[in-house]
Design a protein around this ligand. Structure first.
Ligand code: ADP
Length: 747
């Protein structure tokens, strides 16, 4: 195989496909390989002619923020026939293309596999029938295929997340938040129907992130025949506890135990009859496919697109098609057909009524999210069971406010109360604890917190010392606190660690403590992602999109300063998601010669027709070369080529309402934290930990290991996984010396 790479998007469109396309094109060009768009999916492959066109570096510029796919997608019946595929092969051979990156759902990927299997015989037939020259066919004995899953349903094996699912969840969450406020005003119930024929991911996560009251998904139908009664009793119990609205989230493929579809009007009728109130139905439909892709989907598409080209170039001839996926934050590659097969197995298990198998196949975190949701919808204020010891557990926020803090606090409080414990809220973090500022939180006191940004409890950056430690010890004793959940950032971790080190002096500190990572800068040890970072990233990405649009008419460079202190996570990830020319990180530092090189490269770019440059700097990348200094330097040295503006994004990065991802993780982590505290406190243990996500799983690290994982001087973890993404950001931002920037001519 020596040919060109073809790239197509096929089947249902999904947000983030453009990011994948951009990464495929630029990575291929970086390797000096020509790349062709096959427009309108397989239909374009069958139709040929100008549906197959060369792409250059610039032809995929400015598309990261766009939803859908700029090269079009379609469904194509002809490709389902051998005749159609024969014509498709003819067109590829004509264009010297023998490597394909297919971005689509399981249908498109199945088609790709069939095409790969048939390729040698298709090419043979083309030669025999005189439709292809023997030498042209001989150059392409095999077809190389790598698949990426573009699907909002998140229904595919081989990857934790599919391209588009996170954005769809953004749309769903926005809609349910909006519906909740009107529903609460009128004391109404709503049934919200979301996409997902065989996969309840969107319904489940949508319900979890909005605090909905009930969810119906295909993989796990209600386990009793009179589920209607059980559901309505739950909704009524919620109202008795003080809720003013009830929301049922329904996946389009939901069914009962006997395989009968559960439609939205049926749920409406059932609830109306029972609750004797108006029930409204909202079918979200194509809104879920719409809008600008989230930061996550842009980066997922980018990372996968890059990996696809690396994989296809490294594959031996006749290699079996592979699927690129992500596990945790790492790229994984698996045989494409295995993934398609397993995906179909779930659909078959559902059709056969084997729901245990269907849930098992969906994987651990899906099952865990489902169990968490069930716990939440069933959780109700209740008294401790006879003989059970009721514990007094306290929750506090520490550090700067981070979106998702409230979501985590709400989850912890409701679960704690459900299990019969007393939940205390501490006002204003450790400073408030030293002053004894606590209040008992009841069920309704955390109502609505799932979707609220900021910190309702109040937070502070105080790390107690000296007499404050004594005051805190007294407050713990007086309030009889038996376990402490610290939801917060660096200062919260430091404070918790200090308390645990002072146990010999202050026996009151001998209670279990859990630190739950909540910091927009993502600078906490023990977790690859902190709550709030995803929200902040989306705020930055939206702001940079707007900044870029403001400059369409001018030749301008923007220096955008983002938060993060000594941790460059937000700078790098927002640079990757917005296609910034350059990111400056504290981890790498900035030298004067870097700045000189950058200004030269900008000047060259603008002379060659560039119209806009975005440089993203982490606020502490260099304390001397400030944003103002960099702007002045670029302005002066850039001469007439461009002018320069600065944008210091400031606190808008901290203030948003939490993104679906942050809400889901906050709920998952809080659930595990409460379990941990209850377990330790019940057996009188003072074992303490910091909790987090590692490789997609929740893990607890003993608190005493804090110094081993933390770079205390820099206030960030000693190892940071995302630094490995720097070469991709660099490669995609600007063409390297070897990369061809102009499209090759079509043959
Ligand atoms: P998705 O890729 O989103 O699952 P579809 O199932 O509609 O969407 O598939 C998209 C296209 O992929 C189809 O229109 C068809 O051209 C092709 N395709 C799907 N299944 C096959 C198959 N078994 N053989 C050949 N082509 C297929």
């Amino acid at each position: 195989m020596s040919g060109r790479i073809g790239v197509l998007t096929s089947g249902g469109d999904a947000q983030g496909m453009n990011a994948a396309l951009r990464a495929v094109v630029r990575t291929a060009l970086h390797h000096g390989v020509d790349v062709f768009a096959i427009c309108e999916g397989y239909r374009g492959m069958v139709e040929g002619a100008d549906r197959i066109r060369p792409l250059g570096w610039e032809s995929v510029g400015g598309i990261l923020h766009r939803g859908g796919t700029v090269i079009g997608t379609a469904r194509c019946e002809a490709f389902q026939t051998r005749d159609g595929r024969l014509t498709a092969a003819e067109n590829l051979v004509r264009h010297d293309i023998d490597r394909l990156v297919v971005i689509g759902g399981d249908g498109s990927l199945t088609g790709a596999h069939v095409f790969w299997q048939e390729w040698p015989s298709l090419v043979g037939e083309l030669v025999q029938s005189g439709r292809a020259a023997a030498d042209a066919a001989a150059r392409h004995p095999h077809l190389g295929i790598v698949g990426l899953v573009g699907s909002i349903d998140n229904d595919m094996f081989g990857t934790d997340m599919t391209i588009g699912a996170d954005t769809a969840l953004h749309r769903i969450t926005e809609a349910i938040d909006a519906i909740s406020s009107t529903a609460a005003s009128h004391q109404r119930s709503f049934v919200v129907k979301v996409m997902g024929r065989n996969c309840g991911y969107l319904a489940l996560m949508g319900a979890l992130s909005t605090g909905a009251d009930w969810v119906l998904i295909p993989e796990s139908p209600p386990d009793v025949d009179d589920w209607e009664r059980v559901m309505c009793e739950r909704l009524e119990a919620g109202r008795r506890a003080g809720r003013r609205d009830s929301i049922v989230v329904l996946a389009e493929g939901a069914r009962d135990r006997h395989g009968k579809t559960i439609g939205s009007s049926y749920v409406q009728k059932v609830v109306e009859e029972r609750m004797k109130e108006e029930v409204r139905v909202t079918v979200l439909g194509h809104v879920q496919r719409g809008g600008s892709p989230s930061a996550f989907d842009r980066n997922l598409g980018t990372i996968m697109g890059h990996a696809a080209v690396e994989a296809i170039l490294a594959a031996p001839p006749a290699a079996e098609p592979q699927l690129i996926g992500m596990r945790g934050n790492r790229v994984v590659t698996s045989p494409l057909m295995d993934c398609v097969e397993k995906t179909h197995e779930v659909a078959r298990a559902i059709a056969a009524g084997d729901f245990e198998k269907a849930m098992g196949l969906r994987g651990r975190s899906f099952g865990e999210a489902f169990r968490t949701l069930r716990t939440f919808v069933r959780a109700m204020p209740r008294a401790p069971e006879v003989g059970q010891r009721s514990l007094r557990l306290a929750v506090l926020n520490a550090g700067a406010p981070s979106p998702g803090m409230n979501t985590a606090a709400r989850a912890a409080v409701r679960l704690g109360i459900d299990r019969g414990h007393v939940m205390l809220g501490i006002v204003n973090g450790f400073a408030g604890l030293a002053e004894g500022k606590t209040r008992e939180l009841d069920w309704m006191s955390v109502n609505g917190w799932a979707s609220m940004g900021g910190s309702e409890l109040g937070t502070s950056r105080k790390v107690p010392k000296g007499g404050e430690l004594y005051a805190i010890a007294r407050a713990i004793e007086e309030q009889r606190i038996q376990g402490l959940l610290v939801i917060g950032g660096w200062s919260g971790y430091e404070a918790a660690y200090r308390l645990s080190r002072e146990r010999a002096n202050f026996p009151a500190f001998g209670v279990p403590i859990v630190c739950l990572p909540a910091a927009i800068g993502n600078n906490l040890p023990g977790s690859e992602l902190a709550i709030g970072a995803d929200t902040a990233l989306n705020c930055i990405v939206e702001a940079v999109d707007k900044i870029k649009r403001s400059a369409v008419a001018a030749r301008r460079v923007f220096v955008v300063e983002v938060m993060g202190r000594n941790c460059g996570y937000l700078a790098l990830m927002s640079g990757l998601a917005t296609g910034a020319e350059r990111v400056y990180l504290n981890e790498e530092g900035v030298t004067l010669s870097d700045l000189v090189t950058d200004v030269e490269s900008l000047s060259r770019g603008f002379r060659e027709g560039k119209r806009l440059g975005v440089m993203i700097r982490n606020e502490n990348c260099n304390l001397v070369y400030t944003t103002g200094f960099m702007c002045a330097l670029f302005e002066e040295e850039g001469g007439d080529a461009f002018d320069v503006r600065q944008a210091i994004l400031g606190h808008l990065q901290q203030g948003g309402d939490p993104s679906p991802f942050d809400r889901i993780q906050a709920s998952r982590l809080a659930t595990r934290s409460v379990d941990f505290l209850v377990e330790q406190a019940s057996r009188g243990s003072s074992e303490s930990a910091f909790i987090g996500l590692q490789g997609g799983k929740i893990q607890l690290v003993p608190l005493e290991d804090f110094p081993r994982h933390a770079d205390e001087a820099k206030q960030r973890p000693k190892t940071q996984w995302w630094l490995d993404l720097r070469p991709i950001a660099h490669l995609l931002a600007q063409p390297g010396p070897g990369a061809s920037t102009k499209p090759s001519t079509a043959s």
